[in-house]
Design a protein around this ligand. Structure first.
Ligand SMILES: Nc1ncnc2c1ncn2[C@@H]1O[C@@H]2COP(=O)(O)O[C@H]2[C@H]1O
Ligand SMILES: [Fe+2]
Length: 274
């Protein structure tokens, strides 16, 4: 297992920036349902920069590429390279891991399973991809790694990252693509009171709820958004977004979602899917 040590630079907290579901193409004008994903990704990066809000690391929770190409991952790497902070990423259902690895080793992007984030927290990154299908599943090896990592650092508050949502989010078409073996996942989580939150991507919408006594968070994509509580595929009018997570010394997690302003990235609302 690979562990990264993120130093505690601020005595009170560690702040993470989450970027998810960028769905980039090799072709710089590549579109997903009418949205040029490289443009919306770059607009998010510009907006993060303009806000001048400090963060210690970036987390990217999957669906980085839409077309499986090395170039799409290079575009992601180039996009975040204006920042010096490290980026920890994990795969989503649309990712192609051999192409993902083509940009590694990178001075900035790490594909480790554990980040010791400052002195009080650990972040665990899971691979829930089942190649070729949209739903997620955690292999026996991933479940064992999760259990062993939580057991090894019982004094640290834990934030768990994976692409797929490990609960019903309220849209039947999307919930069929959730983490399928989520009972096994929650059985492990239930054993460790220091697990504070689970953070995912995949559902292209903001979610903030409590399940099994643990906060479950999901975050808007940097491109298209899905309409919440819709049993059939439907796009939402909300803008591309991103999330900050502040992990405090006392074990509190403060978080908020930001979105682009204006109406620059309008998808094809009559689309039936992709
Ligand atoms: N109309 C649809 N019905 C069911 N699944 C879909 C539909 N359109 C797209 N999908 C899949 O559902 C996934 C949800 O988010 P993804 O970005 O992983 O990519 C999506 C597709 O793989
Ligand atoms: Fe996605």
């Amino acid at each position: 297992m690979q562990t990264y040590f993120l130093p505690q630079t601020n005595p009170n907290s560690v702040v993470l920036l989450q970027i998810t579901d960028t769905h980039l193409f090799a072709d710089e004008s590549g579109c997903l349902l009418g949205v040029a994903t490289k443009d919306s990704f770059n607009a998010v990066i510009d907006a993060v920069d303009a806000s001048a809000r400090p963060f210690e690391a970036i987390v990217a929770t999957g669906d980085i590429s839409q077309d499986h190409t090395d170039e799409s991952y290079q575009h992601f790497s180039d996009g975040i390279s204006r920042w010096s902070q490290p980026c920890f990423w994990l795969p989503g259902n649309h990712d192609y891991q051999p192409a993902m690895q083509s940009v590694l080793p990178s001075p900035q992007i790490k594909s480790c399973e554990q980040v010791l984030a400052g002195d009080y927290w650990q972040v665990i990154l899971l691979d829930s991809q089942v190649q070729g299908v949209p739903h997620g599943e955690l292999s026996e090896a991933q479940l064992l790694m999760l259990d062993a990592t939580l057991k090894a650092y019982p004094e640290r508050h834990a934030l768990i990252l994976l692409h797929h949502h490990p609960l019903v989010a309220g849209s039947a078409w999307l919930d069929q693509h959730q983490l399928h073996n989520n009972e096994a996942f929650w059985q492990i989580i239930d054993k460790y009171p220091k697990v504070s939150a689970v953070l995912c991507g995949h559902i292209h919408q903001e979610l903030d709820c409590v399940y099994h006594g643990v906060r479950v968070l999901a975050t808007p994509s940097t491109c298209i958004q899905f309409l919440p509580d819709s049993n059939d595929f439907a796009l939402d009018k909300t803008n591309p977004g991103w999330r900050y997570l502040e992990l405090t010394q006392e074990g509190q997690l403060n978080t908020d979602v930001c979105r682009l302003q204006g109406r620059r990235f309008i998808p094809l609302f009559n689309s039936a899917g992709y």
